[in-house]
Write a protein that binds this ligand. Sequence first.
Ligand code: PLP
Length: 385
Amino acid sequence: LPDRVLRAMERPMINHRGREMPRLLEEIISRLKVVFGTERARIALFPGSGAGAMEAAVVNTVSAGDRVLAFSCGFFGDLFADVVRAFGARVELVRVETGGAVTPEVVAARLASDSGGRVKAITLVHNETSTGVTCDVGAVAAEVRRLGHPALILVDMVSSLGSLEFLFDEWDVDVAVAGTQKGLMLPPGIAVVCVSERALASSERVTTPRRLYDWRPVFETLDAEGFLPTTPPTSLLFGLREALAMLVEEEGLAAVYKRHHRLAEAVRQALAALDVGIVCRDPARASDTVTAALTPPGVDANAVIRAGLERLNVEFGAGIAELNGRVFRIGHMGSLNDLETIAVVAGAELALALAGAPVRVGAGLAAAQCYLAERLSAAERDDDV
Ligand code: PLP
């Protein structure tokens, strides 16, 4: 969390139905549209987390008994399937092997057999946080539309919004969801949902019981009064306005995406130099927001995490579900710069060494620094960081 964002939140409350609120929401929503890559869609904000935003996507587009294909390559893709299942839809989970990505071919193979167009919706995860694999949502959506299939495309962007490029209108996505706590550089607390016209129309027809996550009152109240229908986490809205100004107005999204790619690549080069593998198998699909590193045989990944936390004050993410003990995850999303990334790389190799991994301490650091030196000087020459 940038200090600026924290400071922006340190303000007395305003009346959530008072004079300042409509302008605050209008500023936030217009900038969120830029981050989602949309001019046509609508943005709804709810109190809640990423899973809350997933629930909003589901209850407004899917009825009990509808057929839904949930494409997953990890824990959070499976979670999306669970959320849909909880509301009574007939969900088929299409699980790609861990380390792989959901591809247009995988999706086409399942949808092509549905010539009657009975599948109501498909779910995708743009960035699978448990494995560090990014889905080419644009290519998958293009394949769905090429097949002429009417399924709504619901996308989890929890660990990509504001860090990886997303083109909601151009890719013809129907619902994209996120929380504030990752690329938007805020504490958790707001569920953010981007809704196409098709999805909006669908919400009038679905029969799923819904209340807090019904997006219709959100749009009605915004249109009529400029407010949200329930009391929002107002402090977070102050922070969100600041964070979006930093991302959209100051650094610019193109530069933000390039920075994440550069820092992620530095981490990947460092791990390769240490001979530490990553879960993602296809380098073209490796995530620019999180890297899941595989500890060498016989080395407990949780011992690496403990060494980082207890000895170095650096916190790595644990391996989730079946990856626990084999994986530690390095987050490189949101507010992060080159020197901080170098520190994280140094921390990772020290923690690996402390946990007994046979790494050549310094090799990862040298690789990361050489890569960054090369990229930063190339950028200077081209005036293109
Ligand atoms: N989807 C993805 C890709 C995530 O990374 C997470 C959380 O890390 C979630 C969904 C769930 O979000 P939350 O924990 O905010 O409910």
